[in-house]
Design a binder for this molecule. Structure first.
Ligand SMILES: [Zn+2]
Length: 305
């Protein structure tokens, strides 16, 4: 059925190449491919046979990605600093939970720290803060706030922490969907954390919306395009929550909690987005079904044996 969908926004069919799924790291032979109209224009996508993630098939180029990010709200100073204010509610909710789990005042490394984001709130609460980002202007801005920061396109290049001098908490808020190889980045996070250290991921989990968009495509191409564009935004992949939790566990973390609760950035969200969050939270807590657009995951590094 899916392979017969042939509207202008998403053609699908097998492809004769082997593609690495950036979300779970599996090599896919002849995955189904699609053309999606996303925040990056009309681009080629595939769906992983192993974890059901939709992913952008173009090669990851750190320089292209940095230039792309500069054009987004979180990649330039004027909008980025204003965004910190609008997103404060989400940062407060994440930090409340980090403190509740016993990591208050610890060393926190924020991955994709933008123009300060959660680190501004964490600093006020007495955390020892550090951040990495791919945008040099963001890194310079954060350094100007008196916070350690480093320009890195991969956590493997991060020198702010090490096995000898590890972090207590690593946060990845709305950033995992830009990773070219998520398992590799999670392993790097694992190495930079102390034993029992905490990994916090605010994950975008909208792959069901992409699937819904594909299926309405045959009779309503306009709605289909809108749904898919909204689900994907400018992300590099769209992963089901269950697959993400499996990937995090495979790297050596134990899931402490995963819930849509506390993921709302702001109280100024459009009403339909707020409603989706409420319904998502109810379904997740009542039935264990995830349709929420984002999920806050807390995972603890298991002690090595
Ligand atoms: Zn995959």
């Amino acid at each position: 059925m899916a392979n017969t969908v042939t509207t202008s926004t998403h053609r699908s069919g097998p492809v004769d190449q082997i593609l690495l799924c950036p979300a779970c790291g599996t090599q896919n032979e002849q995955p189904r491919t699609f053309q999606f109209d996303s925040g990056r224009g009309v681009t080629a996508w595939a769906r992983c046979n192993h974890c059901d993630t939709y992913f952008l098939t173009s090669t990851y180029d750190p320089q292209v990605e940095t230039d792309h990010t500069r054009h987004m709200a979180w990649g330039n100073e004027d909008e980025g600093a204003a965004l910190n204010q609008r997103r404060r509610y989400g940062f407060v909710a994440a930090l409340d939970r980090i403190e509740e789990l016993g990591y208050g005042g610890g060393k926190i490394l924020d991955v994709g720290c933008s123009f300060g984001g959660i680190l501004l709130e964490a600093k006020k609460r007495g955390f020892e803060c550090a951040g990495v980002d791919i945008v040099p202007e963001a890194v310079a801005y954060v350094q100007g706030l008196g916070i350690s920061a480093e320009e890195c396109s991969s956590l493997h290049d991060c020198t702010l922490f090490s096995r000898q001098s590890p972090a207590d908490v690593i946060s990845v808020l709305d950033a995992h969907i830009y990773w070219p190889n998520q398992p590799a980045e999670l392993r790097a996070a694992y190495d930079l954390l102390r034993e029992n250290g905490l990994l916090v991921i605010r994950a975008i989990t909208k792959s069901a919306l992409v699937t819904a968009g594909r299926f309405v495509g045959s009779f309503s191409p306009g709605i289909s395009r809108k749904l898919i564009r909204r689900a994907i935004s400018d992300h590099r992949f769209s992963m089901p929550l269950k697959s993400l939790l499996n990937t995090v566990e495979e790297v050596g973390f134990e899931i402490v909690s995963a819930s849509p609760r506390g993921t709302r950035d702001t109280r100024e969200m459009p009403l339909d987005t707020q409603a989706a969050h409420h319904v998502g939270t109810l379904l997740w807590h009542g039935l264990g079904v995830s349709i929420a657009p984002s999920t806050l995951i807390f995972a603890r590094k298991k002690q090595s044996t």
